[in-house]
Design a binder for this molecule. Structure first.
Ligand SMILES: O=C(O)CCC(=O)C(=O)O
Length: 217
């Protein structure tokens, strides 16, 4: 029986040469530890980014936050979720994420696509569930806690829209095809994964999110 790694973690430069479905190797742009943050270039081809936007656009609805509060204005974007393995592109991206971050496809939530219009933002937050509501508690009980996030950048806003890691004083500028991965094995502030989508100052920002769970989703 295969042994599960302790948690999702970047699989390293050697694995980038054999990323499923990519013509050119993804390239490491930046890496931090504590928390582990990895920024990769060419994680998606431009064609894959365009396809995700094309397929997502007609299915967008106003986003909720992890707190699931309909009146919450801390996140101003529209989003949608692809069904698991809904088409060949989603299957390929899911396999690529599993390959690059050493975590089984079965443990990933459905891929989400988000669009921020000019002025859109997501205030500083953590991605793990605080287990403060009955829904959170039963979700964590069923699927395990979230343990890592992969954000895929599908376009480039004209201005603004960086992803800011507050505890590291580090920002990722959205660049089409790039990915940022970060993990948080403790579901509390010691994970140092407080992050935000800074306001989009001009143009639109499109991203895809993949949250990885401790157990099958
Ligand atoms: O928009 C971003 O750059 C960050 C998005 C994010 O943190 C989220 O959707 O949880």
């Amino acid at each position: 029986m295969p042994v599960m790694p302790a948690g999702p973690a970047w699989a390293g430069v050697d694995n980038m040469a054999s990323v499923p479905g990519l013509d050119q190797p993804a390239r490491l742009l930046a890496r931090f530890t504590n928390p582990e943050i990895v920024v990769l270039q060419h994680f998606l081809s431009h064609h894959e980014c365009d396809e995700l936007v094309r397929l997502a656009r007609p299915r967008l609805a106003p986003s909720e936050t992890v707190a699931d509060d309909e009146d919450d204005l801390s996140r101003t974007s529209q989003g949608m979720f692809f069904d698991p393995a809904e088409n060949a592109l989603i299957r390929t991206i899911d396999q690529r994420i599993a390959h690059c971050f050493n975590w089984p496809v079965t443990h990933g939530e459905d891929l989400q696509v988000l669009r921020y219009e000019t002025g859109g933002r997501y205030d500083p937050h953590y991605d793990y569930f605080s287990a403060s509501t009955p829904d959170d508690i039963s979700g964590v009980h069923l699927h395990g806690q979230r343990v890592a996030t992969v954000i895929l950048y599908l376009n480039e806003p004209e201005q603004g829209g960086d992803t800011a890691f507050v505890d590291r004083d580090f920002r990722v500028t959205p660049t089409k095809g790039n990915a940022v991965f970060f993990s948080y094995l403790s579901a509390d502030a010691s994970s140092k994964t407080l992050h935000a989508g800074l306001p989009v100052l001009a143009g639109e920002k499109w991203i895809a999110n993949k949250w990885l769970r401790a157990r099958p989703f």
